[in-house]
Design a protein around this ligand. Structure first.
Ligand code: 3DU
Length: 219
């Protein structure tokens, strides 16, 4: 993923035509579009390839199974044109290794979830987030997913993984996090869905976030 705007759009809509319109509208203002189950279940996996013709696609399938099933899922995502797949870390190193192997075959990337951004992540995930970050940094992954809602945790995860792999950070806007704070805490990209999708002018909303990020970097 080319680091330019440092913004990833989470395209959480369930209408394929609407998804294509939004992608067309915001392309040039986002470095990637993240597509998850809502859109793929509604429109079919081919939507990944259609969007990927405009903007690189990260398939957010939060892959979390035994290695063989993980392999089958990752093959489906990369096979239709995803540049990267998001996988969970809690399934362990063999599952992660399998996902990385598939990514390498397709020339794609893997991002590993460490601690999620919602409050419930504190119940279980937070306790093992640092171990998962360490495991991710030992594997050949492009990066990890860490919560913009808790910038201090982004900072902690950055201190574990070093500077060689990226942090992509959801939780900005609708979940209460700030793009500027996440970037200042060490995130490379922020992931934003509803603050852009539900705006009267999604392109302008994306441009405003990009400006916020640039101002935070220039400070
Ligand atoms: O809250 P938003 O509408 O900006 O969307 C955030 C997106 O990021 C959404 O697709 C969600 O599934 C994803 N995500 C998180 O919000 C938190 C995580 O820890 C991982 C992914």
């Amino acid at each position: 993923m080319i680091k330019d705007t440092r913004l990833i759009l989470a395209l959480d809509v369930t209408d394929g035509q609407q998804a294509l319109r939004i992608a067309q509208n915001v392309k040039g203002h986002v470095d990637a579009i993240k597509i998850g189950y809502p859109l793929v279940l509604a429109a079919g996996k081919g939507i990944i390839g259609e969007i990927a013709e405009m903007v690189p696609v990260i398939a957010d399938f939060k892959v979390a199974d035994i290695p063989n099933t993980d392999r089958l899922i990752c093959e489906q995502a990369f096979g239709v044109g995803a540049s990267a797949v998001i996988v969970h870390g809690f399934t362990g190193s063999d599952s992660l290794r399998t996902c990385v192997e598939v990514a390498e075959i397709y020339g794609g990337n893997i991002y590993v979830v460490t601690e999620m951004s919602h409050p419930g992540a504190i119940d279980f995930m937070q306790r093992v987030a640092e171990d998962m970050a360490q495991m991710a940094s030992n594997a050949n992954v492009a990066g990890v997913v860490a919560p913009a809602t808790r910038p201090e945790r982004v900072q902690m995860i950055r201190s574990i993984i070093g500077n060689d792999i990226a942090i992509i950070s959801p939780g900005v806007g609708a979940q209460g996090g700030s793009a500027a704070d996440a970037i200042k805490a060490g995130a490379d990209w922020v992931i934003v869905g509803r603050s852009i999708l539900l705006a009267d002018d999604p392109k302008q909303a994306a441009m405003d976030i990009v400006k916020e990020i640039k101002d935070a970097i220039d400070q």
